[in-house]
Design a protein around this ligand. Structure first.
Ligand SMILES: [Zn+2]
Length: 214
């Protein structure tokens, strides 16, 4: 089964938006018998996409104003749109798609137990998808008082720690780059929803962190 595209958020869908994800969504709508397209579907968000999506929402039981044709998380997850972005040979831009680093690695501060920040933080609303930055395997999942609910992705000889998750979507086994593996949360020792993303050599303990690149 191909990796599924995480829900990009309702505001992603608006007139003028162009994305391969919209074409991929349209293909799924056609497969589900909800496509109203005369040509296409194409990568640009149009009224026809919205009408087609509304038909999908009605198909899965949404009624009235719920079937407004604007994708929401529930209907999106049910539709199972295959991921379009991290292509083989491509690169995942962020472990939290469309979010960037808000607190950098190695920043110093007394509130960190080693006196510095061992990972890079990506602040984002609770429930924002976290994706595998590389193809590899989930070798650990668990809870830690500091790191909260976490996952460890092992790839290319390194462990990538995803911490403070609200949801661990994939609990083990192999994953593809770009595949959703969890959701941003604020579990463990955390002041607000964010992903603490840490890189260590494979099997490395706390304090063996290296610059979190991939
Ligand atoms: Zn952090």
């Amino acid at each position: 089964m191909p990796a599924l595209a995480p829900f990009p958020g309702s505001t992603f869908f608006h007139k003028g938006q162009r994305s391969p994800l919209i074409a991929a969504m349209g293909k799924r709508l056609v497969t589900e018998g909800c496509g109203k397209y005369r040509t296409g579907p194409g990568p640009e968000w149009t009224d026809v996409d919205q009408q087609s999506y509304a038909a999908w929402q009605r198909k899965i039981g949404f009624k009235g104003a719920e079937a407004d044709g604007v994708p929401g998380r529930t209907s999106w997850d049910r539709l199972q749109v295959p991921t379009t972005s991290p292509v083989p040979g491509g690169r995942v831009a962020s472990p939290v798609p469309r979010h960037s680093v808000t607190t950098a690695h190695r920043v110093k501060g007394p509130h960190w137990s080693l006196g510095y920040h061992t990972g890079a933080d990506y602040a984002a609303p609770k429930g924002t998808p976290c994706v595998a930055v590389l193809s590899g395997s989930i070798v650990r999942e668990g809870f830690d008082r500091s790191f909260g609910d976490f996952l460890v992705l092992r790839a290319n000889g390194f462990d990538y720690w995803y911490c403070h998750l609200s949801e661990q979507t994939v609990k083990g086994g192999s994953v593809k780059a770009g595949q959703k593996i969890g959701e941003v949360g604020s579990t463990g020792n955390s002041t607000g929803p964010h992903l603490h993303f840490e890189k260590r050599p494979a099997h490395g303990g706390f304090g063996s962190d290296v610059t979190p690149t991939w």
